[in-house]
Design a protein around this ligand. Sequence first.
Ligand code: SF4
Length: 284
Amino acid sequence: MDLFSNVAAGEYNKQAKIGQAEVEYIQSASILTEAKGFMSAYDYTLNPYTGCSFGCNYCYAAFFSRSSDEKDNWGYWLKVKENALQLLMKFRKKPLNNKTIYISSVTDPYQPIEKNLQLTRSLLIELLTYHKPRLVIQTRSPLVTRDIDLLKQFEVVQVNMTVTTDSEAVRKAFEPFCPSNKLRLKAIQEVTDAGIQTCITMTPLLPVENALDFTSELLHTGVKKFIVQPFHPDKGKFIASTREIAFEQMRLMNWNDLKYSEVVQIFKQKLPWLGEGKQGFAPI
Ligand code: SF4
């Protein structure tokens, strides 16, 4: 097993920018966060990065930004927790083998910078070697296929791939910096073919062009488990919410609760297992 990722070995080029996002390298105070609220069915969430260069315009994580400047520029900044592995290594004395960990709740663990840094990979190696917790990996990135070799070795693991629409035009309007739908579906098919438990999360479900064709595409991946969720309508300081720009985009595309319900009805008829909202996100 490759025990040293680029970050662990200190051998990496500190890129100042990745795509449109400015990158900062920070010393974090912690790496595991006790899961609460929407994630309360898990023991911990683990975020190797702060911020996210995928910059989805509906991202609720933007609301957890430290400043209004960071919130308003969500997608244009990213912080790398350089000491993430060292922080996780402190848990060797207190193994996490009976814990359930969600990677990641407020960033994407396989966003583009991960390809060079291998920070998420180093954390997986640490978890695999010293803990073997129950894991759920949440991503929008085909890069997750790089770590199939590690993921296969966990006893309980599920890879969730988010695919929010069947339309590339819609995807580009809401998630311009994210990989295409096609690449994501191909990647989750590969993970499924490797014998790993998988799930496609349509969270939030964006406007869909053809729900029936979409279900065929989803089923073609071999994935058996799906989760759907609408935009969060609630707003408030302590409630993670979608951003106004995304609501505006939804209005322009004439997407509403009724259309959402119609598509979900078709999903219910065609997909073998469909979870909704928080319940759908419960650990495996
Ligand atoms: S990939 Fe996830 S964390 Fe990143 S911007 Fe999109 S919704 Fe937010």
